[in-house]
Design a protein around this ligand. Structure first.
Ligand SMILES: O=C(CO)[C@H](O)[C@H](O)COP(=O)(O)O
Length: 249
């Protein structure tokens, strides 16, 4: 695992991962745009490439913030519709464990992120090295929860050992943070998640949880910047130097 980095080093890694991801975008693709700071770097670079006439793509974003950024950099957006599938979705992550098991939703966009990941032929994750973990659970697992169901969801998650807390809107404390869909966000402090698939089944069975932040079996590859290295991680494949790839592996 990487030594801890300062903010400037982390930002540099995020930018390098995002720049590599741009090399995997082909002309004419329909692209899903992720959320968070690493995805924002990618959206900006994609906008640069479009304005320079190097690429033509259309996109859909996983959050209102990413949608606004995409518009501002000149990316043509398509609305959700039946039959719509994405060639590639590029998104960040809060944790990456072996086999590309992920925790996502630190930015509260987990529902739309999972919708687009599932509607994509290729989910590519881009992160700095701090996101690599041997096991999921150190980062609090986010849930999107229907407000009416909150008390019972908190009881049920506490019984699973998740030590749930309702996320606060930092700009409007002590008001709770709301997702783009107007739902509440609950962060679950499991500390370690030895059986992510089993936990996902248990969470899906709790009424009122609209979505959880475990992304299992969805990512096809992750580009992880680690200092000067750029690694491509894939399930069941040894990490590879990103320089070996100029298109989707
Ligand atoms: O899941 C997410 C948002 O819901 C983000 O992808 C995740 O929080 C990573 O963010 P960042 O790139 O800022 O580290």
């Amino acid at each position: 695992m990487a030594a801890s980095l300062n903010q400037a080093q982390t930002d540099k890694e995020k930018q390098r991962a995002a720049a590599q991801a741009l090399r995997w975008v082909s002309d004419g693709m329909l692209v899903g745009l992720g959320s968070g700071s690493t995805a924002a770097y990618f959206i900006q670079l994609l906008g640069d490439a479009l304005r320079a006439g190097q690429l033509r793509v259309q996109a859909t974003a996983t959050s209102l913030a990413s949608e606004a950024l995409a518009r501002s950099v000149g990316i043509a957006l398509v609305e959700p519709r039946r039959g719509l599938r994405f060639d590639l979705t590029v998104d960040g992550a809060d944790e990456i464990a072996p086999q590309l098991a992920l925790v996502k939703g630190g930015g509260g966009a987990l529902l739309r992120e999972k919708v687009l990941a599932t509607a994509s032929d290729y989910l590519l994750i881009i992160t700095d090295s701090s996101k690599l973990v041997p096991q999921l659970g150190r980062f609090p697992l986010p849930l999107e929860v229907v407000p009416f169901a909150l008390p019972w969801v908190l009881d049920a998650v506490a019984q699973l050992g998740g030590a749930p807390t309702v996320r606060i809107d930092q700009k409007n404390a002590p008001q709770p943070a709301l997702s783009d869909q107007g739902n509440l966000l609950v962060d679950c402090h499991f500390n370690s998640i030895p059986d992510p698939a089993g936990l996902a089944v248990q969470l899906q069975a709790i009424p009122g949880i609209v979505e959880h932040g475990l992304f299992l079996g969805l990512a096809r590859a992750a580009i992880v910047a680690q200092g000067e290295e750029l690694l491509v991680l894939r399930p069941d494949v040894e990490p590879t130097d990103a320089a070996d790839f100029t298109k989707l592996p």
